[in-house]
Write a protein that binds this ligand. Sequence first.
Ligand SMILES: [Zn+2]
Length: 254
Amino acid sequence: MLIDTHTHLYLPDFDEDRTDIMDRCEKTGVKRVYLPAIDSRTHESMLKMELEFPEMVYSMMGLHPCSVKENFEEELAICEKYLGDRKFVAIGEIGIDLFWDKTFVEEQKIALIRQCNWARDLDIPVVIHSRESMDLIIQILKKERIQGLTGIFHCFTGSTEQAMEAIKLGFNLGIGGVLTYKNTKLGEHLIPVPMEHLVLETDSPYLTPVPFRGKRNESSYIRLVAEKLAQVKDIDIHDVERITTENALRIFKN
Ligand SMILES: [Zn+2]
């Protein structure tokens, strides 16, 4: 059994064949997928997908750092309303993105801290997007000292040192398609990192693993990431499946 801890299967990219994709998940042993929210343009389609596949799909709620703009307070208020209405498995995805656009970096920080505090109040984990910002986020989390906060640094591509720092803070690392890329040192960096802190993800439709790189990603491809991780860690694929599944269930408490 495998779990995709981070996949945007509710996006329009999958409107034509979502049912086929979920069938392929079933067939390849991907029994659960977790959907990170982006912003108010897609919250409803995410929740609709969760209703369509209630046994397999779990939604998070939050404001993506790339969607933090002038109107971020309104967007946060919308998230808060959803969070008041029902239970979610995590606050996500939240964080800071310094790759695309730095205009709203201060607002991104405010939104990150606010949403981390929601997670603490609700006693649920956070799923963090940290593109080009891992050290900054670690620094913020240390400074804020948000009691009992836990979660996942999604799409982890950092160094061994950064991985260990995140783990020390109570976090786990989401490993995706990047691990299969030819030019990456990620595999090497993960060798000393304990398996107990690793979970698998696709980030579909992005970051497609080899040999499908360049095409649309989907959750059944997570098996390619699991195979690569088994190779990197020199352990059996069944151990990768078992341990990453246990980790995901522990983190999301469900
Ligand atoms: Zn994502």
